[in-house]
Ligand binder design. Structure first.
Ligand code: AQP
Length: 358
């Protein structure tokens, strides 16, 4: 990754502005999160959602809860419905403002699946087979327990992004390969059928691109980790979160220094601490010089509690008002569909589908 705040080289290198749907003057961002668990984790928040909140001030922002991606692995229908609302409530609690961004649920905009099919037909089988997330997950579960949907999920994600002519996509490092596929397929479509799609760039913040598991600091913090001990779920009891932070794996040394290779556990804690408090890593290293890991962990546990306590309360308040949530989502879907329908119509025309006469 380049040594700058965001890795936006791909945007400046190849952005194509097609003659697509009317756009405002602000650049556009699009991103999504799966409603696959009862709570977002710290990696989701620091790697993605925090950037979404900031970008709604400067960008034309579209954010969605990707429930269609969620069913690529088995889901209980009642839980999925609940977790979709819970995800929206958490996004609002994190600071998304429906007056400043378009917030919606993926399945409310049928154009995603419609464009997804075209994108799937544009993708090589070998190309799709190289997606490392799919390879990892299918290897873990075995091919008989892996759905074809999980295999084609990156193509649906490509459609999600291209439908909105997004300039940038704020995500964590684990999505970089899917973003590269998006650029490849946008360019392929544009070359084959004529300029249609904006070629988007990844918006990945270097400091929080990958938040690591507190117990296994060489692995990404993930809800599918073998044990939840190193996973900070934002809706957990604050006391439990504090305990997880205090029990984080560090190393046998006692020096507090940022060194991703030699000291992955301490470096992860420093990144989290620095991002949540806005204190530079160098400043933290100085503050804890000679103090040992215990002091760092105790203070970070407090920072975490101060962060998750109001987050949990705000989430519950939104959840207690399903009518407001539904009305936000209805407006969001309407705004999203206006853009998505126009892009899809153009893509259908370019591909050569006969227009339907109503
Ligand atoms: N550990 C992480 N560090 C930084 N960013 C992360 N993201 C996820 N984990 C980290 C980013 O969060 C956004 C939403 O991702 P998602 O919809 O894939 O959420 P998830 O299913 O909860 O993510 P997991 O835990 O990683 O699930 P599994 O293990 O099932 O794949 C994305 O922008 C992602 O980059």
């Amino acid at each position: 990754m380049r040594d700058m705040a965001t890795d936006r080289s791909s945007v400046t290198a190849g952005n194509t502005q097609p003659s697509g749907p009317a756009r405002g003057t602000r650049p556009r961002v699009l991103s999504g999160i799966q409603p696959t668990s009862g709570s977002f984790h710290l990696g989701n928040y620091l790697g993605a959602v925090r950037q979404w909140v900031a970008l709604q001030e400067s960008h034309d922002a579209f954010y969605m809860v990707v429930d269609q991606h969620a069913i690529t692995v088995p889901q209980d229908p009642a839980e999925l419905r609940h977790n979709t609302r819970l995800s929206v409530a958490q996004l609002l609690a994190a600071g998304l403002d429906p007056e400043r961004c378009t917030l919606f649920v993926q399945s409310h905009v049928p154009e995603h699946v419609q464009l997804g099919w075209i994108i799937t037909c544009l993708t090589g089988f070998g190309e799709a087979s190289r997606m490392t997330q799919f390879k990892d997950k299918s290897a873990r579960h075995g091919s008989d327990r892996t759905s074809v949907g999980l295999f084609t999920y990156p193509m649906l994600m490509v459609a999600d992004i291209l439908l909105y002519q997004a300039d940038e996509v704020p995500v964590g490092e684990d999505q970089r390969q899917h973003l590269e596929l998006t650029r490849t397929l946008a360019e392929r479509f544009n070359t084959t059928y004529g300029d249609t799609f904006t070629v988007p760039g990844a918006y990945i913040l270097k400091e929080t691109a990958k938040i690591y598991d507190l117990q296994e600091p060489s692995a990404k913090m993930s809800k599918s980790a073998a044990t939840p001990k190193g996973l900070v779920s934002l809706l957990d009891e604050p006391k439990a979160t504090a305990k997880k932070v205090r029990s984080a794996v560090t190393d046998t040394d006692t020096v507090i220094r940022f060194d991703r290779e030699a000291k992955p556990g301490v470096s992860n804690l420093l990144s989290i601490y620095s991002t949540l408090t806005g204190t530079g890593i160098g400043e933290l290293e100085q503050k804890y010089a000679g103090k040992g890991y215990g002091a760092l962990k105790t203070d970070l546990a407090e920072v975490m509690v101060d962060f998750v306590t109001p987050f949990r309360e705000r989430t519950q308040q939104y959840l207690d008002d399903p009518e407001t949530l539904d009305s936000i989502l209805a407006k969001g879907a309407e705004k999203a569909r206006a853009v998505a329908a126009e892009t899809l119509a153009q893509a259908y025309d370019r591909v050569g589908f006969l227009p339907a006469k109503h």
